[in-house]
Design a protein around this ligand. Structure first.
Ligand code: FE2
Length: 213
């Protein structure tokens, strides 16, 4: 069972997936220019790098992207970093949607209130994780140990290598926000929660996480 069909890919060579929205759909919160770089340059570079690295690893050619991530996490930091970043970015594009933000549906909201106390406490926890991640990395809402949790990971690290189901990702690498927010990561994270986050995607991932147990 994959962690996310929308982020996974069947086998090498991997491709740059199309964005599930138009590059101007998020203006003024995120500009088309930021997607030109983030998707067209950064995400593309991870795809190019992992394919180049895998040229010399025929034993990994028949594995899907998630299995390449799992295998390389134990054997090759370079392959892992690029493969995980291909997956993380694909997951991130689905974690946001035009006119997103606000509160989730009642079922997910109920689970958030059960596990965080209130929706506002969840937002505080998510902002804390996203702004306190030192250097590059990611903030996540995940389903693990039969409860919702907010976690942060460094660089390319991804929850799926630990068997944890991601519901949402927020990219906090500088390249994710520097064009539109310069050094103001807290403003970018606040905008993510208020205007970008795709709660329908999170709900479908929660259902997958519950089914995995
Ligand atoms: Fe990124």
């Amino acid at each position: 069972m994959t962690y996310c069909e929308k982020s996974n890919q069947p086998a090498y060579p991997f491709i740059l997936p199309n964005l599930p929205f138009g590059k101007s759909d998020f203006e003024p919160h995120l500009t088309a220019e930021s997607f030109d770089y983030h998707h067209g340059k950064h995400h593309q570079t991870y795809v190019t790098n992992v394919n180049n690295l895998l040229q010399n690893e025929p034993s990994l050619h028949n594995l899907d992207l998630e299995k390449v991530i799992m295998a390389s996490s134990k054997s090759s930091q370079a392959i892992f970093n690029n493969a995980a970043q291909v997956w993380n970015h694909s997951f991130f594009w689905h974690s946001i949607k035009p006119n997103g933000g606000g509160k989730p549906n009642s079922e997910l909201l109920k689970q958030i209130e059960q596990d965080f106390g209130s929706f506002e406490d969840f937002c505080t926890s998510f902002k804390q994780a996203a702004t306190s991640q030192f250097g590059s990395g990611w903030a996540w809402l995940v389903w693990g140990d039969n409860k919702l949790q907010v976690i942060k990971t460094s660089n390319a690290d991804t929850p799926i290598v630990n068997g944890i189901t991601p519901l949402l990702a927020c990219d906090v690498w500088e390249h994710a926000y520097y064009i539109d927010y310069r050094n103001k990561r807290p403003d970018y994270v606040a905008t993510y929660l208020e205007h970008l986050v795709n709660w329908e995607f999170a709900s479908s991932n929660l259902n997958k996480g519950r089914a995995r147990r």
